[in-house]
Design a protein around this ligand. Structure first.
Ligand code: 1GP
Length: 246
């Protein structure tokens, strides 16, 4: 397998949209459900498996990543909520800077803590500008990160933030309204960021149905991340994958 960022960039260049199935490591407590989710992601040809969460209560994170890697023929990418969520069993890690926030720990502090471990594990780090967007209610990530999300109706702020991320040399922009959000990032905001930067755009938070997924792709999203909807129904991965790839 080549690098994950190269896969994402190549898909974007060919106009192919990608689906990432997000697995909360805590969900590894139910091993049968975890296995079924991974199997469905593979059978449905979802493009990536993301693993992580903003609040980690599982003590078996590394074992969960190991199992997912064992069952999966898709790249396994960590989406860490903290420097504790690293594992050599992963193919890559989103090296997230929370550029919508002004919390120095999430702009550089955790990176310094995690960097030697990532280097020693030899996993690919993908420099990612992570932008939290208001999704209608406070989410775990907004609470845990202690940051104020970008207002839902301010595409200009999102565009300016994304440009700053691109100028800083980040390789991708991830806009997220948070897990279980009432609203997704708006099409207007995605379109504004799409016009402003030449980076792959990852969108997550509150994506529950195929019609919404299609409209976000049309607005300019390159990778859609879905977690909650698949936790509730792992069979929905098939319909979602078909919609994203249509
Ligand atoms: C959250 O983007 C992810 O960080 C996924 O959100 O659980 O709402 O799909 P959902």
């Amino acid at each position: 397998m080549g690098s994950v960022i190269d896969l994402i960039v190549a898909a974007r260049a060919s106009g192919r949209k990608m689906l990432a199935v997000l697995i909360d490591p805590d969900f590894g407590a139910d091993q049968d459900l975890l296995e079924r989710t991974v199997q469905n992601a593979c059978m449905a040809k979802a493009d990536l498996i993301f693993l992580g969460g903003s609040l980690l209560t599982s003590t078996a994170f590394n074992r969960c990543v190991e199992l997912v890697q064992q069952w999966s023929d898709r790249p396994v990418v960590l989406f860490p909520g903290s420097p504790a969520q690293l594992s050599a069993h992963a193919d890559a890690v989103l090296f997230l800077s929370l550029i919508s926030g002004r919390n120095p720990e999430l702009l550089i502090g955790h990176h310094v803590t995690a960097a030697p471990t990532i280097r020693a594990m030899g996993i690919e780090a993908i420099p990612t500008g992570y932008m939290l967007v208001d999704g209608g209610k406070p989410t775990t990530v907004s609470y845990v990160s202690q940051t104020v999300p970008i207002p839902h109706d301010k595409p200009g702020i999102a565009a300016a933030t994304a440009i700053a991320g691109e100028l800083l040399g980040l390789r991708t922009i991830y806009m997220d309204t948070g897990s279980g959000a009432e609203r997704t990032v708006s099409s207007e905001m995605i379109a504004a960021v799409r016009k402003s930067v030449d980076l792959p755009i990852i969108i997550g938070g509150g994506i529950r149905d195929v019609a919404t997924a299609r409209s976000l792709c049309e607005a300019g999203a390159d990778v859609l991340v879905v977690g909650t909807a698949f936790e509730q129904d792992p069979e929905y991965i098939f319909a979602m994958s078909e919609a994203v790839h249509a």
